[in-house]
Design a protein around this ligand. Structure first.
Ligand code: SF4
Length: 186
């Protein structure tokens, strides 16, 4: 495979990651206190029916916020970011259940571009979480049993199961290098 420096897109990805780290550092430096930081936090809400995974949660005596990294764009063609904000909101519901209080702010941090600050609306978070559970129930009624995998460069890079997914390893190709770096020991 050679040195990482020679991997496709390595330098560009490195530069994007460093920029994101600078944004994150600025966010933490500007917090009014020294919040406790937890990363890769798995959280559960609504009696175990909703599972969320937060990239970073910071909580102090005067600050409580979450950060969600985004490898892709956080806005759609019309410039709106409803989907990613919705994901953060439903995770936020879990965090409230786990920590006892709502975070005040969510920051969406794309690899390209500045962070987007979203003020948390507890009622909207609660409603969204309940809607997600309802829609999941409707889906499970319509599609019982295991569903076929649909591996793709737009889905697999964001999937936590990719390293263990045979469909991913069968489909993954160098053409996906812009989206994901995958190394297998065969
Ligand atoms: S890694 Fe596997 S389970 Fe995940 S999106 Fe790709 S095909 Fe689906």
């Amino acid at each position: 495979m050679g040195s990482p420096d020679a991997w496709p897109g390595y330098q560009r990805k490195r530069a994007r990651l460093r920029r994101l780290a600078r944004h994150l550092r600025g966010l933490l430096d500007n917090a009014p206190d020294r919040p406790e930081i937890r990363t890769e936090l798995t959280i559960v809400g609504l009696d175990g029916r909703l599972l969320g995974r937060l990239d970073l949660a910071a909580r102090g005596s005067k600050s409580h916020f979450i950060v969600d990294y985004k490898s892709g764009s956080i806005t759609n063609a019309s410039g709106r970011s409803d989907r990613t904000i919705a994901v953060s909101f439903s995770s936020t519901q879990c965090l409230k259940t786990n920590s006892g209080s709502w975070p005040t702010t969510a920051y969406l941090m794309p690899l390209d571009g500045p962070p987007v600050e979203v003020v948390i609306d507890p009622d909207a978070c609660q409603q969204l979480a309940e809607d997600a559970i309802r829609v999941l129930g409707e889906f499970n009624l319509l599609a019982p049993g295991q569903q076929p995998a649909s591996a793709g460069e737009d889905t697999c890079p964001n999937c936590h199961f990719s390293s263990r997914c045979s469909a991913f390893w069968s489909a993954c190709s160098p053409a996906w290098a812009d989206k994901i770096l995958a190394v297998a020991d065969r």
